[in-house]
Design a protein around this ligand. Sequence first.
Ligand code: PLP
Length: 338
Amino acid sequence: MARAAILIRKEGIIGNVNALVGFSKKPLIAVVKADAYGIGAVHVGSILDEVNAVSTLAVACVEEGVELRKAGIKKKILVLGGVLKGEEKALVEYSLTPVVSHREHLKALEGIHIPIQVKYDTGMGRLGFLEELVQDSRIEGVLSHLSSPLDEGFSMLQIKRFEDIVKRYGKLPYIHIESSAGVLYRVPFTTHLRVGLALYGEKPVQDYPLELKRTIELKARIISVKILPKDCPISYSRTYITKKPTKVGVVAFGYADGLMKCLSNKASLYYKGRAVKIIGNITMDMTMVDLTNTDAEVGDWVEIVGENQSFADLAKLAGTIPYELMTNLSRRIRRQVV
Ligand SMILES: *Cc1c(COP(=O)(O)O)cnc(C)c1O
């Protein structure tokens, strides 16, 4: 019996695939790196494996690709993080496609006969060749990554640079640069979208033109309820003192589960659709909430993310991005596809 659960709505994920594909008219490379942004790569991968509009799953490293193959995932798997010497055998054994972004990656692949895709750095300053043309008969695709998809001017510059590179390669089956926010640019010469966040129903920008479906519900159970009198300190360092008799609930979810400590005394959780404030410091495994004027009992569930609150909402309060909050979700939370 799990005390915390992530419900993954299959219909939501498929709906988001359809929204993206409908908008762009391009198939998807679905990004499921970092355990599908903390949601659960095998769960999400198993859903996407059956969706025609998804051509490929993308992971960060070889181990993540191997995990998906061991779980029986059949789709093409792209390893975004390149390939180091010693990893090439696993690429062959598990049929993974490496993204090559350095001469050393090519060296690691000497004598290995698998398709490869080549990455260009057009303004991200992270992975990718700058201008040099890679001549290799194994190349099936080229890609680049937008560093500032909300900055139209710079993104258009990156797209132009990428177009010049793409032209030098001629026709290839995989040409991609658009991430969740990048989808807005409707790049005419690419063949695929390469999207993560939007798949999970989180908007990469405030006014995103696509209607995304709610996909994730994150909830945890109440393991204690008691009335504390006025002037009682709550949690470590006594950062909250009750101002009146208060019904205090202890929720089995703490910063070790992904609820960042900086949300202490700031964010709310939701009980039966009603906001209940986090009071006192969030602890490793537990968080206290003010349940005054609710009928909450031990064993009830509290929503952390779902109908009433998104990861983006919590991220805003925490001064970070939804990506960071999501990838902090711990392994001990039960994942379930519904
Ligand atoms: C993470 C990542 C993506 C996906 O970005 P989203 O904003 O989640 O859509 C795409 N491409 C690369 C290279 C990435 O690292």
